[in-house]
Design a protein around this ligand. Sequence first.
Ligand code: PBG
Ligand code: ZN
Length: 323
Amino acid sequence: MEEGLRAYRKTEEIRKKNRETTLKTSDFIYPIFIEEGNNIKKEIVSMPGIYRFSLDQVDAELKEVVELEIPSIILFGIPKHKDEEGSESWNENGIIQRSIKHIKKNFPTLKVIADVCFCEYTNHGHCGVLKNNDVDNTLTLINLRKQVLAQAKAGVDMVAPSGMMDFAVREIREELDKNGFQHIPIMGYSVKYASAYYGPFRDAADSTPSFGDRKTYQMDTANRMEAIKESQADLNEGAAILMVKPALSYLDIIRDLKNKFSVPIAAYNVSGEYAMIKAAGKNGWIDESKVMMETLLSIKRAGADFILTYFAKEAAKQLRNNQ
Ligand code: PBG
Ligand code: ZN
């Protein structure tokens, strides 16, 4: 009989031996939303299984994350008080700073990454300081320094600026170094598209812009060469990790970066991507857990070293069961 490529697929054992990509729990970064207040554990309607927690309610969730051996979380804070500039984001007793302190104290093995942006903190929902109805880059950079310094002082392990301001990584790197935080790496949301897939997140983080959209700062969804330019700029400015966001409609971009650069690449499997799989799964239209694993695997195969995903806990359970 002629032997062809089907020889690689004969049995599960052979398939396993020939498998080129494998997911690991240590690939995952799990996003957590913390809202200022007490007694809050509110499920996000469009993101089943994902909650907004107040700090007094989040320990069980964190315990589970640690038990599942998910190494890192990324935190989003939702303050009570919002203003024009988002000043709660650099309040040393603000929700995110208190959360970082609490988590590092009670779950010291968990790596805590802080999202650095203003849209959850401003009363207009844009990612920085407004001037003439647009986000002003220079004014926003000044506040970015304050926010990141407050997070560093609280004990954060890594910071991830997501606002797509020019020179954000340069400013943050300088501010951290100047204050003795040379050891804190920056994960740039280097390639972040102006995507409609962020919809559910904006409900979760209460960060929908009150007017307009984010197209003057987030990237045009049609562009590929620009992703290289954004990444190169972030690397020159001191980024340790590059991120592509969203993941699924941008697998080509993940691969481009993986081929071109030698730093780790992260991909953000965003809220809309999660919501679509959950919705179809709930309807019985797809096998949700299989589609979840196939999706995460595709992101890794595209070239992601880290995957930020709301599926982290469920996928970690699957990986554990399949061992
Ligand atoms: C805020 C931010 C957003 C996400 C992460 N950080 C939303 C946005 O830019 O509007 C999206 C995450 C997701 O959709 O899961 N700058
Ligand atoms: Zn933002």
